[in-house]
Design a protein around this ligand. Structure first.
Ligand code: SLL
Length: 172
């Protein structure tokens, strides 16, 4: 197998989350009455909007990503979530913000090591009150404000890629 020395190729991605306040009805029918929010954490192509499901289309990133492992807070009974096909996302409910570890494994033929990103799961539309520090708004206020979005742009860089993997990347 041949590496293309001196060449770097990158693919833009976004990772992050959306979150919504659960309605009183949702909370009442939930297994966990203390959960206040429903959220989705995801890795997506940067080539389209965070709302796209990105299955099959031009923004499908599964041609180079084999698995995404989301490691949630230890308060979750099963913190490690493996997602092996798009959309690379996990939807859960909960009550608190925490750091999500996002580990991306690339397709076997790439020969690339996994990369890890960290995302602070954002549930609250933190608002500065007057000149003070940001505070968590009351649930009614947060519900009115609508879903919270927190996304980060990044680039996965492949240095000296295998020729065969380079072909996969460029011919997609
Ligand atoms: C905090 N440092 O104290 C954070 C931790 C953990 C959030 C937040 C769900 C747990 C469950 C959940 O929301 N954990 O499975 O019930 O704010």
């Amino acid at each position: 197998r041949v590496r293309v020395r001196g060449l770097s190729i990158y693919r833009p991605i976004i990772y992050g989350n959306t979150a919504e306040v659960m309605t009183p009805e949702e909370r009442a029918s939930s297994q966990f009455p203390d959960h206040t929010h429903r959220w989705t954490v995801a890795v997506r192509s940067a080539a389209s909007s965070p709302d796209s499901k990105q299955v099959g289309g031009a923004d499908d990133i599964s041609y180079f990503i084999k698995r995404v492992t989301f490691k949630l807070h230890d308060t979750y009974a099963v913190p490690n979530r493996n997602v092996d096909k798009p959309p690379f996302e996990v939807t859960e409910t909960g009550w608190g913000e925490f750091e999500v570890q996002i580990r991306i494994n690339f397709v076997q033929e790439s020969g690339e090591k996994a990369v890890t990103f960290y995302h602070h799961l954002k549930l609250h539309p933190w608002a500065a009150v007057g000149s003070g520090d940001p505070e968590i708004p009351a649930p009614e206020v947060a519900a009115k404000a609508g879903p919270v979005h927190s996304w980060q742009y990044d680039e996965v860089v492949f240095n000296d890629p295998f020729q065969s993997f380079l072909n996969v990347l460029t011919q997609h």
